[in-house]
Design a protein around this ligand. Sequence first.
Ligand code: CA
Length: 223
Amino acid sequence: MRILLVEDDSLLADGLARALRNSGYLVEIAADGPSADRWLADDDFDLAILDLGLPGLDGAEVLNRLRQRRQRTPVLIMSARMALEERVRLLDLGADDYLVKPVALVELEARVRALIRRGQGNPETVLTLGRLHLDTVGKRAWLDDTALDLTAREWAALEFLAGRLNRIVSKEQMTQALYSWDEEITPNAIEKFVSRLRNKLEPAGITIRTVRGLGYYLEKPAE
Ligand code: CA
């Protein structure tokens, strides 16, 4: 799950990004309005966390442009200045939720989880694929009653593929979903990664198919 965190206070941005990364999210930080606007227009995010007071272009305008482009990326507004009329205006502009600063990490994370679930049209917190159960809150996978040993990135890949059953995901989409833009990755990193994940999922009867030249998909298991 990929989050764009838009915050010009670099200390706060780094602290929040660290906490969210520890919880298994991939987080990119934008420190001003115009770069947030560009990121959102050019890239796919599962959620944007948007500060209001930003250099260049304020958060409300970033939100406005996002919705003008008919992008449905869920947006969580985070701001200190939030009178009632302001909150109403932001919700009318298309914000999905808001948090008043200073934000408590547990509350931020709970809202992030809820918005991402909603954004994927999946209010359920446990996904079941045959014998495999994915707990999207606890970020753990179970084969029947046995917990699967997955790294944070393997979990992210599994969740990503499971949310797109029988749909081909390109290597490029996988890279974007699993790696941060500044991470160095080798050309066959995704192949190696998928083959490791495949080995862990095979005992659960879960198959990741390769479609040569196009990408991968997670096969919907028989009922
Ligand atoms: Ca600010």
